[in-house]
Design a protein around this ligand. Structure first.
Ligand code: A3P
Length: 316
């Protein structure tokens, strides 16, 4: 027999679907957690964005290496200008200005303006695979996904979210870490649950390798050249033998390295929006920094996420 929910039950259900991430209000929307202020951009992207077959979309969870991948993808595609490294666009623009997030760009830009962007159009998104606009999934556009181990992803996020004005009073102490670690492990993080986000793109990369390239932050750190070659081939901008001989691949790795980007004046003192400075995107850029912030019991909690991933065949 069908039952009707009382007003109180509805309210309680809503309460369960709302939470806070540092100073930000979030709610569960179509199975993933959204910061309320990002909702307009997410819905506009889902409703209005029409992918072109030639588009390249970088997808990631926040703090997984998005900035790094934006710099690599932008350089691979525009590498004819690389001969003047000292005058490279990166000296004047942060990678986020060169590859906009759909959730930021779409609500502010009319369809015809978006359609006029020369191919290949480069965009980024944090939206989980299943919730992407239908045209991204059904067109021939390509997706590059970058994933980062959850321990470093969590710690990187703790630092980043404190950069926002709304969080200026917060201190990254054990209590704050514990509180957010608990949420992170329950999947309550922007665009989370973590495992759903990673597995959504990972599964698609296995079923449809021409469509989705799955990269790991840690792999890129360890063997940048191997992965850069893979990335360029996937994007149909492979390196020629001549380029390899002229060390173009090494130059790109150097140009886009953490040290190089962090030292650029635009990333030291510039800002891409009113909320935080560009330097918030360049903290340490290391693998394993979590050890400086998490106790072993805390790390074990996050390891449970990794165990869940292992059960379905994915491991770092
Ligand atoms: P840390 O906070 O651990 O230093 P995103 O770009 O997705 O916001 O992720 C930010 C993380 O990537 C930060 O990690 C940042 O320092 C790191 N990062 C930024 N640029 C990088 C680069 N060129 N190489 C390696 N890591 C980089």
């Amino acid at each position: 027999m069908a039952t009707t929910k009382s007003h109180n039950e509805d309210e309680m259900e809503d309460e369960l679907l709302k939470d806070k991430w540092f100073g930000f209000s979030m709610h569960l929307y179509h199975g993933f957690w959204c910061v309320d202020s990002n909702m307009e951009g997410i819905i506009a992207t889902q409703t209005h964005f029409h992918a072109h077959d030639t588009d390249i979309i970088l997808a990631s969870l926040p703090k997984a290496g998005t900035t790094w991948l934006k710099s690599l993808i932008f350089t691979i595609i525009n590498r004819q200008s690389l001969s003047h490294i000292s005058k490279h666009t990166f000296h004047f623009k942060n990678p986020h200005e060169l590859i906009p997030h759909l959730e930021v760009k779409v609500p502010k830009t009319c369809q015809s303006e978006l359609d006029e962007i020369p191919s290949p159009r480069l965009f980024a998104t944090h939206i989980p695979y299943l919730s992407l606009p239908e045209s991204i999934k059904s067109s021939k556009c390509q997706i590059v996904y970058v994933c980062r181990n959850p321990l470093d992803n969590f710690v990187s996020g703790c630092h980043f979210w404190l950069e926002f004005d709304v969080n200026k009073g917060f201190k990254l102490d054990t209590q704050l870490i514990e509180e957010h670690l608990e949420k992170y492990c329950k999947g309550v993080l922007p665009y989370g649950p973590y495992e759903d986000h990673v597995l959504g793109y990972w599964k698609e990369s296995i079923e449809n390798p021409q469509k989705v390239l799955f990269l790991e932050f840690e792999g890129l750190k360890k063997e940048p050249k191997t992965h850069l070659i893979r990335l360029a081939e996937f994007l149909n901008f492979p390196f020629s033998d001549e380029e390899a001989k002229k060390y173009v691949i090494d130059e790109i790795i150097e140009l886009c390295s953490f040290k190089s980007l962090k030292e650029m004046e635009v990333n030291k003192s510039g800002r891409i929006n009113q909320w935080y400075q560009n330097n918030a995107y360049f903290r340490k850029g290391e693998v394993g920094d979590w050890i400086n912030y998490l106790t072993l019991p805390m790390a074990k909690r996050i390891n449970e996420i990794q165990e869940k991933l292992k059960k379905v065949g994915f491991s770092f």
